[in-house]
Design a protein around this ligand. Structure first.
Ligand code: ATP
Ligand code: MG
Length: 871
């Protein structure tokens, strides 16, 4: 069975059981402060489990892209070394939201595995939660046990502890016991030797968990206690690649058709064989895994970067580059070349990969190239460190500096040192790392209290598209304390005009006012699991009051100007540059807008002007806002709206139209493009390979911009003595400046020539050496030229020159090469010694060396001591 067939069989099986099949949600999360990436099938459905919104159907099935590289689930370091953990993997899941429970979940799992897929039930084991005697004091899951024993013999039902068999979403939220299904795919001989039962959950590569059925029946509160959920849910997750391993009768996920095409391509590119040498195999597995994680992240809109989720992606890619560099001898970019196979293999199930192949390749290639440069540079620095090292151990501090400042990986440092028979002070390195970690942890520590509920089961309504003011009730609040921001309160209202940060647009600011006219400022608004949360520095006196909630109208209006302009800019770019332009990120603030988009080259001045003109023509055209809420997605698309990769859309969407510009958008907009007054691009540049960024301003920011430019212009004109044509006047000044520079250079050369003549006359003979020690009025390079020119004309020369360059002392020593040998003189050593007079030091070669110091007063003394070396 091919992996494609395996995936579709799963989905159609549950479709047959009345599940709605939905596509995978984007992997990069935008709306959840507790999680960066989807790390299990349930993450995109969190809001349903928390009861914040209603699922489309209470039975759903899907294949979800998951990434386990940070936070609670982090498998990164295992990947490549074992054969069944990946960074990115697909989790097949079936879901019940308050509908069916254990009985059906277990029956269907069994039916699918043994009847549909035809897995021999004698290779299966299942686990059941054994209970806990800790503070939760939970009973064994007898209910699950009794259901399982109808299907599988009791000696194959194993008891599992809390770590393996009690699933929690996070520190808080829905949780419950679970039953895992394990397979034992060892050979008959192996099985005869060791009982499979003893290998379950023991990290054996052929006795692995394939499916986890979670029975959500509790809610974990912030104070740590459990409450029973009124509505019970089913959340299951089956590792797709592991299932393929079982059904394709191979011993490793990497031997399934999910990976073999990528591995074959790596073999071709690197000229290495998979399956002959463990080190090479690990490297090939690492690369074949990581390219998937990185490619899918980029497709979902997350580019490698220096912070947050982008940094995690960058680190994954760098890990792959490092393995290629070290074990496959690849010193130039090659991982990007695997995207083609990947897109052929996965493009049908995940069209985002196919559609953005070119972009993904470009971004990966550039990242690879840049990290390879870092590696090359790091090798040079490391060689320097090795040379300086006395003894056989390189200090942890030095290695840490290389790692922290230059991004040079520590395991590579260790490897190279061991090849040179040197040791690395690993303990010292760990200490440095710990110090740094503590520092950043302290800065980011936050604690979140439980919600205090003021109104039970409150619904929330957003009215901010139509109103900027409303009378509201606070339904719940909590305190969040962080080292960085101090105490902050989060408030939820029954009704709110405040727009929560989303779709690139910033959250509203404003205030709450009670009956006595006292106010509390709302400094930001954000969404968490679909609930709008208002941020305030303090709480109102009487929380049960009714409040007037007022949005800061000015900031909202400026933001709207920028949001509408962003749509027009998007349209303009596709019109002027072509339809390959796709939105890759957008930030809509009150003061400016930022728009990232795919395009391969810098915009010319003409293109920028055309884009600006296009937008301004639509502003002048006074186009009215046409907003439609609750349009079916299909209709919006056929009307010409574009869905963005990496965005999560519902069945019905909101469309925003200004003339020919149609977008799916949840943001707020001006009523008429004429309100924007004017649009001005202020910068254009690259953010990554194939991705450009435009920053622009609108409305009164443009007025400020012109005012400021005008002021600068008149100031400049003033400095140019009110020239009629200031540009020409400036050009003249520049020309004049250039010719003066040339003259000065010539004068300095002449001066040096004269000086050389004078100095030649001052050379005296001392013990067969032509000796001169003198203070001159030249800079370092002038002195160097002088030395070499004199040396070319005078034999047996020993020259020492001193200079005071703006308070910095300089000593340079030149010794004819024959003297160096005959008289055992060394300029490097001499300047080092004489350096003490000028309170400094230096060095160089035996025939020419220079020292710098901070005491010009000592120059004469140093010169006076020079003849000692000849006597
Ligand atoms: P394991 O103990 O093997 O790491 P887990 O307990 O972390 O598994 P769950 O969190 O229950 O796994 O995830 C559900 C299923 O997803 C697992 O049964 C497994 O088949 C699959 N899975 C989990 N982690 C990975 C991974 N890193 N790569 C591939 N598949 C995975
Ligand atoms: Mg795990």
């Amino acid at each position: 069975m091919t992996s494609q067939e395996i995936r579709s069989k799963f989905l159609s099986f549950f479709e047959g059981k009345k599940h709605l099949v939905v596509p995978s949600a984007p992997m990069v999360l935008k709306n959840d402060p507790t999680l960066m990436f989807v790390n299990s099938g349930m993450a995109p459905f969190k809001e349903y489990f928390l009861g914040n919104s209603e699922p489309k159907r209470n039975r759903i099935a899907d294949s979800q892209k998951c990434l386990r590289v940070s936070g609670k689930h982090n498998d990164l370091e295992e990947v490549g070394y074992d054969t069944y953990h990946h960074t990115l993997f697909e989790m097949l899941g079936n879901w019940s939201f308050g509908d069916y429970f254990k009985k059906e979940a277990i029956a269907w799992a069994w039916e699918l595995l043994t009847e549909v897929y035809g897995i021999d039930k004698d290779i299966l084991y299942v686990t059941v939660f054994e209970g806990s005697d800790d503070s939760d004091n939970l009973k064994m899951d007898q209910e699950a046990y009794d259901i399982w024993k109808q299907y599988i013999s009791e000696d194959r039902i194993l008891m599992g502890n809390k770590k393996d068999n009690f699933w929690e979403m996070g520190d808080q939220g829905p949780c419950g016991p679970c039953s895992e299904i394990h397979v034992d795919i060892r050979s008959a001989e192996e099985k005869a030797k060791v009982d499979g039962k003893s290998l379950v959950n023991m990290d054996h590569p052929q006795v692995v968990e394939i499916w986890n059925l979670v029975f959500m029946q509790y809610n974990r509160k912030a104070n740590g206690s459990l409450e029973v959920l009124p509505n019970k849910h089913i959340d299951t997750g089956m590792g797709f690649e592991r299932l393929c391993m079982v059904l394709q009768d191979v011993q490793s996920n990497y031997d399934t058709d999910v990976f073999t095409p990528i591995i074959r391509e790596i073999e071709t590119i690197t000229n290495k064989d998979y399956g002959k040498d463990e080190k090479i195999d690990v490297a090939i597995r690492v690369i074949s895994d990581h390219v998937r994680a990185v490619a899918f992240s980029i497709a979902d809109g997350q580019l490698p970067s220096n912070t947050g989720a982008g940094y995690v992606i960058r680190r994954i890619l760098r890990r792959a580059v490092r393995y290629g560099f070290t074990f496959l001898d690849k010193k130039e970019p090659f991982i990007y070349r695997l995207v083609d196979v990947l897109s052929k293999k996965m493009g049908t199930a995940f069209p985002e990969i196919k559609a953005q192949k070119q972009l993904i390749e470009n971004v990966i290639k550039e990242e690879e190239a840049s990290f390879l440069r870092t590696l090359e540079q790091g090798l040079i620095l490391l060689n320097g460190i090795v040379e300086e090292t006395k003894g056989d151990t390189v200090s942890g501090e030095k290695a840490f500096e290389l790692y922290d400042t230059y991004g040079f990986p520590i395991d590579l440092t260790a490897l190279i040192l061991s090849e040179k028979n040197l040791k690395l002070d690993e303990k010292g390195f760990e200490e440095q790392l710990q110090i740094q970690k503590n520092r950043s942890r302290k800065a980011s520590e936050t604690s979140t209290e439980d919600w205090t509920i003021l109104v039970d089961d409150a619904e929330q309504e957003f009215i901010g598209y139509d109103a900027l003011e409303a009378n509201v009730k606070i339904t719940r609040y909590r305190k969040v304390t962080s080292k960085k921001e101090g105490d902050m309160y989060q408030l939820v209202f029954n009704l709110t005009p405040f727009y929560a940060e989303g779709g690139g647009q910033v959250g509203d600011k404003g205030y709450l006012q009670d009956n006595h006219g006292d106010t509390v400022y709302i400094i930001d608004t954000k969404k968490e699991n679909n609930v709008i949360i208002h941020f305030a520095k303090n709480l109102p006196d009487d929380l049960n009051d009714t409040f007037k909630a007022v949005v800061d109208q000015k900031q909202r209006f400026r933001t709207e100007c920028n949001h509408t302009a962003t749509h027009l800019l998007h349209q303009a770019l596709r019109e002027v540059l072509g339809t390959h332009v796709e939105q890759k990120g957008s930030a809509v603030h009150s003061k400016y807008l930022r728009f990232d988009f795919s395009h391969f080259s810098k915009l010319t001045v003409e293109e920028l002007r055309d884009v600006e003109n296009f937008v301004n023509a639509r502003i002048d055209g006074k186009l009215a806002l046409q907003e439609q809420r609750n349009v079916p997605m299909d209709q919006a698309i056929s009307d010409g709206a574009m869905a963005l990769f990496g965005e999560k859309y519902g069945d019905t969407v909101r469309t925003i139209r200004f003339g020919q510009s149609i977008e799916l958008c949840g943001g707020t907009h001006v009523k008429n493009t004429g309100d924007i007054w004017h649009f001005k691009i202020v910068s254009e540049g690259a953010v990554a390979a194939g991705i450009r960024r435009i920053e622009a301003i609108t409305y009164d920011a443009v007025k400020d911009f012109y005012f400021e430019n005008n002021r600068a212009y008149f100031e400049m004109k003033d400095l140019l003595n009110n020239a009629q044509e200031p540009v020409k006047a400036l050009q003249n000044l520049q020309d004049e400046n250039a010719s003066l520079k040339k003259q000065i250079e010539q004068l300095l050369k002449d001066k040096a020539k004269n000086l050389k003549g004078d100095l030649k006359n001052e050379i005296t003979e001392l013990n067969g050496v032509n000796f001169i020690a003198k203070k001159v009025d030249l800079d370092a390079s002038g002195i160097k030229d002088l030395c070499f020119e004199l040396g070319g004309e005078v034999d047996n020369l020993f020259a020492l020159f001193g200079a005071d360059n703006n308070g910095k002392a300089l000593l340079s020593c030149y010794i004819s090469k024959n003297l160096v040998a005959e008289k055992d003189l060394n300029a490097g050593q001499i300047v080092r010694e004489l350096g003490k007079y000028i309170q400094g030091g230096g060095g160089g070669q035996p025939f020419f060396a220079t020292a710098g110091g901070k005491n010009p007063a000592g120059i004469e003394e140093a010169l006076g001591a020079a003849n000692e070396y000849i006597k």
